[in-house]
Design a binder for this molecule. Structure first.
Ligand code: GLN
Ligand code: ZN
Length: 768
């Protein structure tokens, strides 16, 4: 019989219950016991959903109060001394590592561990940080054991999920000031895994899902070589340990297929057949004689209903070669990356709603597919028919296909991607009308989103105030921030983005081809959730989206004021994209819509236009090579198509919130933006060296202070920072700005920080 399996379930709960509970706990509003009880309630609820749906293999230990990698950091005792020295309760030590802890009266002040994007998703994990003399020690009551027993008590037999040792180490780094190469610690770490597996077995665990997602990366030789010793050990514990199913996701493992030969003693291998269906044959060929294939055919990363027929075909191919007992129907990855349930969406148009499937619904999907291949299609006839109808409706719907958009795409020319003149000519032209001093100062777009702004927006959304009243309110906000920027004496203003709830949603709401949900939250990091809009069809722009506010801001500004839009790649990446057309096609549609906006902004007298692309980097395919090159080509093309419609006089800015641009530099240069602002305040200024090495001619504003914390940087600190930057950048190409937008800050610290920033810029203006 073909079993069904879920690799992980979202933790937040139907109404973001976990977010509410953790934030209440942090705010001192509920007790630790209340928090733990809520965690337990959510786990039980999620197991029950899967059990009721008929899932055969249900995960446990997929729950985390903050992050699953952080769970492992604590589980293995990889806790830097700066946290352990306070002897906090384990729950508080856990959150201290996840989000930092400041309790001045108790003398506690420690920042969080580093948080990094989980593969190419918008989920962030906490990075394990190792010491040179790192030791590993299994926690007294290992969480995977506790949660297995908890499920068992509730009548659900689960398969605990743990992160494998090689991935744990490859995803780790040496702590500040330490030089240990994490992978060299494998021998020290393995005994802890052995102990954990022994304890799991003693608790009655028969099967464990051991995640080694790093197999989808291009691996350093040392990391790749670590699989053999690791799994020779963990896979040969006999009756002392559960069977292991090793899971990979978010890519193919064909380039690491030789590793599978040292994994043949494991019970099974899971691969992502949504992302990389073509790896099926190679993986089957590399399996051991009795090994089981867990076929990830239900997308854990997107919200589309699974095409049953296509999924069944994939699974049947595997069954032909392996037989029914050696194939499992699974989600492609954990369902962590999709919202909880479609049942919460009351406002979706019925036609479109029928195309979606969230975590609860996907849970049912694996069961139906497994049944179809086990008992034959007749056993789930109704479900298959309904599914085929839904798939057909989506493919042919007017909502997905817009011939005018397709026609416009067909007529895009190479010239449309190029500005009229090269940068030096543009720069000279822009200098005639945009008067800027040396070291011009500016901000990245948003100013504090105050409580008042949120209240008014809410009232407007609920219809409690009229559009005119809301517009008046927004105008007043714009007036205020322009006035403040005059007082602060900035050189290039922004309108402050008070009208925007979110930098992608705002545009999505104004474009055709997008839909929105009310409850479809997904965890981004810790308690933070995002509600990505969904691209369902061909995208176009029925009317200008930002021109009114920008035009108003310019009309009341004595200095240049930037028009501000979100770039095509970010609009795509921070949405749930379509899975029926290539992302490059969607990016180009967005680019054409944004191109019209940019041209309209210029026509409305806006001379400086910033097109934000903070998501450009995260879309980079995980492996070097053809796929990455292809991505860079279409992503850069989309940006250029969006921005190149203007005359030489218009100054195009772009912004990125990351600083690792070394492996990516040629793409950033290829954007041909007149001015770039990038995050830099927390990184080494040396990173900027690439700009001289590559003789980058255009202007750059590496952030001079961190906007993620309320801390006000001193003028001296900022001067020191600029001094460092000047080792790598020409004085005439350097702009002075913060790392990113200021929407999450309060006004007092914002004004204080910008005052210091501006004084620092003035100091250098004098000096040069
Ligand atoms: N213009 C946006 C802002 O200032 C940019 C945000 C971002 O890069 N994430 O808020
Ligand atoms: Zn940013």
């Amino acid at each position: 019989m073909v079993q069904s399996s879920v690799l992980g379930f979202p933790r937040m709960g139907k109404l973001r219950d976990l977010k509410k509970a953790t934030e209440a706990y942090w705010g001192g509003k509920i007790s630790r016991d209340d928090l733990l009880a809520e965690g337990k309630r959510l786990r039980q609820e999620h197991w029950k959903i899967q059990k009721d749906a008929g899932v055969d293999i249900i995960p446990s230990n997929d729950f985390a109060f903050y992050d699953q990698v952080l769970d492992h950091i604590q589980l293995f005792g990889v806790i830097p001394e700066r946290y352990s020295k306070y002897n906090l309760h384990p729950v508080d030590e856990y959150f201290a590592m996840g989000r930092g802890l400041q309790k001045p009266d108790e003398g506690v002040d420690v920042p969080s561990l580093e948080m990094v994007k989980w593969f190419d998703s918008n989920y962030h994990y906490v990075k394990p940080t190792l010491q040179d003399n790192q030791t590993f020690k299994l926690a007294a009551n290992p969480k995977p054991v506790v949660e297995f027993l908890e499920a068992k008590e509730a009548g659900v037999v689960t398969r605990p999920v743990i992160l494998g040792p090689v991935s744990f180490l490859v995803l780790a780094k040496a702590d500040r000031g330490q030089s240990v190469d994490p992978i060299t610690q494998l021998d020290n770490l393995l005994p802890v895994y052995v102990e954990l597996l022994n304890k799991l077995k003693a608790a009655g665990v028969e099967d464990v899902q051991i995640d080694e997602p790093i197999l989808v990366f291009d691996l350093a030789a040392k990391a790749k070589a670590a699989f053999k010793p690791a799994y020779e050990k963990l896979g040969n514990l006999g009756a002392q340990a559960p069977r292991l199913t090793l899971a990979t996701y978010f890519g193919d493992i064909v380039h690491n297929i030789d590793v599978l030969s040292s994994l043949q003693n494991l019970h099974g291998i899971h691969v992502d057949l949504v992302r990389n269906p073509e790896q099926l044959d190679t993986v089957i060929g590399a399996l051991g004689p009795n090994q089981v294939l867990s076929a990830g055919v239900v997308d854990g990363r997107n919200i589309w209903k699974t095409n049953f027929q296509a999924a069944i075909e994939k699974v049947e191919l595997a069954i032909q070669k392996l037989g029914k007992d050696r194939v499992i129907v699974a989600t492609s990855s954990s369902l962590l990356h999709v919202p909880h349930t479609l049942a919460s969406e009351k406002n979706l148009d019925a036609e479109i709603r029928d195309w979606f499937s969230f975590a609860v619904e996907k849970t049912a999907e694996v069961v139906i597919i497994a049944k179809a291949v086990t008992e034959g299609p007749a056993s789930v006839k109704e479900q298959l028919e309904a599914n085929a109808k839904s798939v057909q409706s989506r493919a042919s719907s007017k909502r997905t296909n817009d011939p005018a958009v397709k026609a416009r795409q067909a007529s895009v020319t190479p010239e449309q991607h190029n500005r009229k003149s090269p940068f030096p000519v543009r720069h000279a032209e822009q200098g005639k009308s945009i008067n800027l001093p040396l070291f011009p100062t500016t901000t990245i777009g948003s100013f504090p989103q105050t409580k008042e702004i949120r209240i008014q927006r809410n009232k407007f959304t609920k219809g409690e105030i009229t559009p005119e009243e809301y517009e008046k309110f927004i105008e007043k906000e714009i007036q205020d921030v322009i006035k403040i920027q005059e007082e602060l004496d900035l050189d290039v203003f922004v309108h402050g983005e008070p009208e925007r709830n979110d930098m992608v949603q705002y545009f999505g709401e104004r474009l055709t081809g997008y839909v929105f949900t009310t409850h479809a939250w997904v965890q981004s990091y810790g308690s933070r959730c995002v509600r990505p809009p969904i691209i369902v069809g061909d995208v176009s722009r029925p009317a200008p989206m930002t021109v009114k506010e920008s035009k108003y801001a310019v009309s009341i500004s004595k200095k240049p004021c930037k028009g501000m839009i979100t770039g095509p790649v970010t609009c795509l990446r921070w949405s749930f994209p379509r899975d029926d057309v290539h992302q490059s096609v969607q990016a180009q549609q967005l680019a054409l819509a944004l191109r019209d906006e940019v041209v309209d902004l210029e026509a409305a007298g806006i001379q400086v236009i910033q097109v934000d692309e903070p998501a450009l980097r995260e879309g980079l395919p995980l492996r070097a090579g053809a796929e990455r090159e292809a991505y860079l080509k279409w992503a850069v093309d989309a940006f250029r198509l969006a921005t190149a419609g203007v005359t030489d006089n218009t100054q195009v800015h772009s912004h990125f919130c990351y600083s690792e641009f070394q492996d990516f530099f040629h793409a950033i240069a290829a954007l041909d933006a007149d001015v770039l602002s990038i995050e830099n305040s927390k990184s080494d200024a040396k990173l900027l060296k690439v700009f001289i090495d590559e003789a980058y001619p255009r202007h750059i504003g590496p952030g001079v202070y961190d906007i993620h914390s309320p801390r006000v940087p001193s003028e001296q600190e900022i001067k020191d920072r600029i001094e460092e930057m000047l080792q790598y950048l020409r004085p005439d190409q350097l702009w002075v700005n913060p790392d990113c937008g200021l929407k999450t800050r309060q006004w007092p610290e914002t004004k204080a920080a910008i005052t210091n920033m501006n004084n620092a810029a003035k100091y250098f203006r004098q000096k040069y």
